[in-house]
Write a protein that binds this ligand. Structure first.
Ligand code: HEM
Length: 151
């Protein structure tokens, strides 16, 4: 195994399922999953510079994307080690959709827009066009009514 933890001791061998993680989604008992590792951040919540709400919103799922999207610093990553309690059993977590055609992913390719999507797209252009035509026709008729007819 290429990865190693520092300071986590035996706890690192604990393997948690999504079901386990879901049981710890509150302010008083808060676990998060980042990069395949499970963290008990209950004691860190109030000290988190980004606030406790964002972390609580990232519980009960794989929070890797949430964590990475913030662009956490290296010091933030170093702090995490203190809270690691084990590993996440990947097979119990829903896999992320893959939009890549390469690699060994078994995910389906991104779906081609189906007929109803196409209809909505067409209507998005056609409906405003008809409204415009209708408005112009009304304007034209109103003008005709006002203008005296010259024989
Ligand atoms: C053990 C886990 C975590 C640790 C140790 C941690 C630590 C930190 C630290 C030290 C910062 C200050 C900025 C920096 O140094 O990068 C920060 C900011 C922040 N974190 Fe976390 N964080 C954790 C998990 C999360 C999660 C799961 C989220 C969910 C989205 C999150 C969202 C944020 C946000 C929104 C900020 C504020 C960014 C800003 O205002 O620029 N953090 N975090």
């Amino acid at each position: 195994m290429g990865e190693s933890f520092s300071g986590a001791g035996e706890l690192e061998t604990a393997l948690y399922t999504l079901e386990d993680v879901l049981q710890h989604s509150t302010r008083d008992d808060c676990w998060i999953v980042v990069d395949g590792k499970v963290y008990d951040v209950t004691k860190f919540l109030l000290d988190h510079p980004g606030g406790d709400e964002v972390i609580i919103a990232s519980t009960g799922k794989d929070a890797t994307d949430d964590f990475e999207n913030v662009g956490h610093s290296n010091s933030a990553r170093a702090m995490m080690k203190e809270y690691v309690i084990g590993r996440a059993n990947a097979s119990t977590f829903p896999s992320k959709p893959s939009y890549s055609y390469s690699g060994s992913s078994t995910q389906a390719a991104p779906s081609v827009p189906d007929r109803s999507d196409l209809l909505i797209k067409v209507l998005q252009f056609v409906v405003p066009f008809f409204i415009l035509c209708f408005a112009l026709a009304l304007r034209y008729l109103a003008k005709e009514e006002r203008a005296p007819k010259v024989e």
